[in-house]
Write a protein that binds this ligand. Structure first.
Ligand code: ZN
Length: 203
């Protein structure tokens, strides 16, 4: 259940200005490396679900209301706006896109879900973990997708520039963990048939 990022100290700065114009946040997939066709299908379906969560009032309120730590001096609102700007270390353009480049790898460490390169912003997902998530996937919006939604939401915040360190009780409230945990829990609500309230009147 652990992500291996966060041991190194790093100065991170936002290279460009960002703001939240209130537009919908999209997901742009730049590369899926090492995926089979079935794994790709699963990934794309999970990202459809993630988009519903990302563009919901529910997610916004959960993030703004949380006791997030390791925010690099930003308020919850600023972290939220930073995320929605589309800025990440993978693609520094402030284009309101979540730009994803994900590679599957075989990890010798069992409980590790994956990691993100802070330099390139690329995400690496443990192949065994993806296979574990996929069990029971039938092509529809069902529970198996929710683990991946949480994982990608967590890793993407590393790509944006946030880290986690310290004891678990402190670390679990860091930006990546809060974004990941809340995304997963809202995704579970969606697959159970609960309607989220869309941001800005979108569907
Ligand atoms: Zn992490």
């Amino acid at each position: 259940m652990f992500c291996s990022i966060g041991k190194e100290k790093k100065d991170l700065e936002v290279k460009k200005e960002f703001n939240s114009k209130g537009d919908l946040l999209d997901i742009e997939i730049h590369g899926l490396v090492g995926f089979t066709e079935d794994q790709k299908k699963f990934f794309l379906k999970a990202m459809e679900l993630k988009k519903i969560v990302d563009n919901s009032q529910n997610y916004k309120f959960k993030i703004l209301d949380s006791n997030m730590t390791q925010k690099q001096g930003r308020s919850n609102k600023e972290v939220y706006a930073h995320w929605r700007s589309g800025f990440s270390n993978y693609e520094k353009m402030v284009d309101q896109d979540i730009d994803l480049f994900v590679t599957l790898y075989d990890s010798p460490r069992k409980g590790t879900l994956g990691y993100t390169s802070m330099r390139t912003g690329k995400i690496y997902t443990n192949r065994a973990v993806l296979d574990h998530y996929m069990r029971g996937f039938d092509g529809e919006f069902t529970i198996p997708l929710c683990g991946l939604v949480g994982h990608i939401s967590h890793e993407y915040m590393h790509s944006v520039g946030y880290i986690h360190r310290g004891f678990w009780s402190y670390k679990r409230n860091s930006v990546p963990y809060v974004f990941g945990r809340q995304a997963r829990s809202l995704a579970e609500k969606v697959v159970k048939g609960e309607k989220l309230v869309p941001l800005f009147g979108s569907s």
